[in-house]
Ligand binder design. Structure first.
Ligand code: ADP
Length: 540
């Protein structure tokens, strides 16, 4: 059994009693079996002394109960760790930064307070999942879409608080950027509302995020300055039609004009998320000759790849384009985009992928190819890591390394080589991690994530150690070239924060100053975001 730091067994028992008085017996989880459900299911330190373990979990039903929990924690100086649905797999799951923290599990605060399809926003509590919000909208036949991340079981609010991402239109798929107004329980137990929520009687909480004065909302995402109990979020009006097309490019260097044109189209509001892929990524596992090309030292000049592409008529790159909007407009946008790509990339070809008109019948929705592109939450992504012919021994989970790379083809080609050769120097054999066919993810508008997954295991400690070491070295290598991580599990948050080191780590030091002022005892998620209050600061 794990207890909060500096709390004796006797005191712990009485504190659990205090929590129980607030949330009831069914809202307190302190048996080992229950508490272990809050461990990080993808932990790269599973069962080792470094694993960050919770001591208990409490599941409040209201903001008032959250306040009461925070007050008890403040009285006893116990660290809390809020989660909404706790599904943050690959980035830490529901486990805290500090062992002994009490998880504040907000899944029971699951009211959908408003969905407005005239002004296009929703207001939700933390326990509302993407499935819940989607079902609510479908049942009432409302004319709005929710931008969903890959697995739809997570929380709309929790995902935004982790700078999570989706797949549709620019601002909507940056989930924090589309949030609008927060209600937060602060480390002293008081409630604050931001934006227009701060003005009693205002009806515009979900419309206008700034209100007046500094925008403090950013302090509650990837940071432990409070427990968010309500959030407004802008929603996308349901489009009339979705047109999905594909551009095929047959030379490695075609990535450069491909990205330039896609950037122009996206930043002009003509397309949603550009989806970059290389058909060669899969093909190399089926064709030894291509695999040899991929592993050769001179692969980076592109010649062998281009020859292979030409012989096999196989594109080196494919780019999925999503058009959303009125029936005729999407068609005109596609014609315009096609002309732009054709002019910029000699030899480019084009493919039709999907053409859907909304609302869809349930059958048509079931048949849709890539559901997250049309705001339909699902769990299909897990099939990728499941046992299959090409993946006969899947790992138990993965650790995600997600460096941010400038949105240009040159930069992607450069970063691919850097990370591939970096791994090779580390003598690591992760066949699918990096290589000349790694395509950038575009979840975040205006930036590329060159993400790779490192395997983790429940039983193979050597594999975990190797993945951890690789992760640390990749973070270091990326930072040496200005590629910063946008999100990382607690185990690596201190390291990542320290790579943002401009002016002697001024960013971290400013966060520490704020933490010392607002939460000196580290009551809320100490260590989250890679900074600690003075009382817990390493080396202080
Ligand atoms: P999801 O289930 O959508 O992936 P989580 O509930 O796991 O999201 O939340 C991701 C992270 O965001 C959590 O680990 C926590 O650090 C932070 N977080 C989640 N909910 C809140 C909240 N209500 N207030 C403050 N931080 C939160």
């Amino acid at each position: 059994m794990t207890r909060p730091p500096h709390i004796s067994a006797i005191l712990w028992k009485s504190i659990l009693g205090e929590f129980k008085a607030i949330v009831g017996a069914d809202g307190l989880f302190s048996d080992d079996e229950d508490v272990s459900l809050y461990r990080d299911a993808y932990s790269p330190v599973w069962g080792e002394s470094d694993e960050r373990l919770p001591s208990a979990a409490v599941a409040p039903r209201s903001t008032e109960q959250v306040q009461a929990i925070v007050r008890i924690a403040a009285k006893h100086r116990i660290p809390l760790y809020p989660i909404s649905t706790g599904r943050n797999l690959g980035y830490g799951g529901s486990a805290p930064n500090l062992t002994g923290s009490v998880i504040v599990d907000l899944k029971r605060m699951n009211r959908i307070i408003a969905v407005d399809d005239k002004r296009n926003f929703a207001i939700v509590e933390p326990g509302v999942s993407y499935f819940d919000l989607y079902a609510y909208i479908q049942e009432r036949k409302l004319n709005v879409w929710v931008d969903v991340p890959d697995p739809g079981w997570g929380s709309v609010l929790g995902n935004a608080m982790e700078h999570g991402v989706g797949h549709t239109w620019g601002a909507y798929r940056d989930h924090f950027a589309s949030h609008c107004g927060l209600e937060v329980v602060l480390p002293n137990g008081e409630v604050m509302r931001t934006g227009m929520g701060a003005m009693p009687g205002a009806q515009t909480f979900g419309d206008f995020r700034y209100g007046f004065g500094p925008s403090v909302d950013g302090l509650f995402a990837q940071a432990g300055f409070g427990i968010v109990t309500q959030m407004g979020i802008h929603l996308m009006p349901r489009p009339e039609r979705f047109l999905n097309k594909r551009v095929l490019a047959y030379k490695r260097e075609d990535l450069i004009p491909l990205v330039e044109v896609a950037n122009r189209l996206e930043d002009s509001g003509l397309i949603g998320m550009p989806l970059y892929e290389s058909p060669m990524l899969l093909a190399q596992s089926q064709d030894k000759a291509l695999r040899e090309i991929a592993l050769s030292n001179d692969v980076w000049n592109g010649n062998a790849i281009n020859r292979y592409a030409s012989n096999k008529s196989m594109p080196v790159w494919q780019l999925g384009l999503s058009f959303y909007g009125p029936r005729d407009v999407v068609e005109a946008s596609w014609r315009y985009a096609q002309a732009q790509f054709a002019a910029a990339i000699p030899g480019a070809r084009f493919e039709d992928v999907e053409d859907l008109s909304f609302p869809l019948t349930p059958e048509a929705e079931e048949r849709a190819l890539h559901k997250v592109l049309i705001g339909v939450p699902n769990l299909n992504i897990f099939a990728l890591g499941a046992r299959s012919a090409t993946n006969p021994e899947p790992a138990d989970g993965h650790l995600l390394f997600s460096p941010m790379v400038a949105r240009s083809g040159e930069e992607v080609l450069k970063a691919q080589r850097l990370f591939t050769e970096g791994l090779r120097e580390m003598k690591l054999d992760f066949p699918m991690a990096y290589g000349p066919f790694t395509a950038p993810f575009t979840w975040m508008p205006r930036i590329f994530a060159l993400t790779c997954g490192l395997p983790v295991s429940r039983s193979n400690k050597a594999m975990n150690q190797r993945s951890r070491e690789t992760m640390r070295r990749l973070i270091e290598l990326g930072a040496q070239h200005g590629y910063g991580e946008y999100r990382t599990p607690p185990l690596f948050q201190d390291q990542v924060m320290n790579t943002y080191s401009f002016n002697n780590n001024q960013l971290r030091r400013f966060c520490e100053t704020l933490k010392d002022a607002v939460d000196p005892d580290g009551i809320i998620a100490p260590g989250r975001g890679g900074f600690w209050p003075r009382s817990m600061r390493p080396g202080v």
